[in-house]
Design a protein around this ligand. Sequence first.
Ligand code: ADP
Ligand code: MG
Length: 241
Amino acid sequence: MIKFNHVNKWYGPNHHVLKDINLEVKQGEVVVVCGPSGSGKSTMIRTINQLEPVNDGEIWIGDVQVTSPKTNINKLRAEVGFVFQHFNLYPHLSVLENITLAPIRVKGMKQDEAEKLALTLLERVGLADKKNAYPSNLSGGQQQRVAIARGLAMNPGVMLFDEPTSALDPEMIGEVLQVMKTLAESGMTMMVVTHEMGFAREVADRVLFLDQGVVLEDAHPEAFFTNPQHDRAKQFLRQIL
Ligand code: ADP
Ligand code: MG
C-alpha cells in the first residue's frame, strides 16, 4: 500500500535528512514510527502525500507513484488522510462543515449526502452531539477526533498521523488513541508517528525506529521493545519508557 524505494531528501545542500529509506507497508498494516526529535519522522511521513518533495528515489501509494511529476496531487491527497499534531480545523466552520467541505468541494458530493456521511463519521468518533459546535468550543481531544473524522471523509486508503496526541492535555490522550485503535481494528492502513509506546505495543504490527534520517530498526513491537538491535534504540527506549 505504501512503498519507499531508496528515498533520499536534503534540506538545502548539506542537510541529508532522509537517508536511503526503503520500506513497505501492506494493506491493513499499522506502522508506528518513533525516534529522537529531529530524526526525520515528520519529514518522512510528509513525503507520502508530497507535503515535502524528495530529491531521490520513489514513493508509491498502491499503484500511484507519488514522486512522479505526472501524479495528480489532489487525487493523491484524497487517497491519503493526514492528521497533524495541531488539529488544523477551520475555526470559522462548524464541526459538520469542517467534515463536509472536502467531500463537497473535491469530490462533488451533494450536501445532504456529505452531511449524512459526516454524521456517520462523527458517531464513529463519539461526537455526533457536537455536529453544530465550532472548534473553539471543543476540547483538544474532541478537536483531534473531529480532525480524524474529517480525514476519513474522503474515504482514504491510508491514514497518516504525525504525533496526534503530543499537543493534548494528558487526560485527553486516551480518547484519541482509542479512536485510532478502533480505526486500526477496522482494517485501515496506518502510519503513525507517536511516542505513545503503549499504543505501539498494543496496536502496531511493526515499529520503525528512525535515527538521523536512517531507519535503524523495523521490527514487530514485541521484538523492538524487548530486544532492540541498536544502542541508539536502547538509549531512546530507556529515555521514554
Ligand atoms: P522529527 O519529526 O523526527 O522531529 P523532522 O522531520 O521535523 O524531525 O526534522 C528533521 C530535521 O530536518 C531536523 O534537523 C529539522 O530541523 C530539519 N527540518 C525540518 N523541516 C525543515 C525545513 N522545512 N527546512 C529545513 N530544515 C528542516
Ligand atoms: Mg516531528
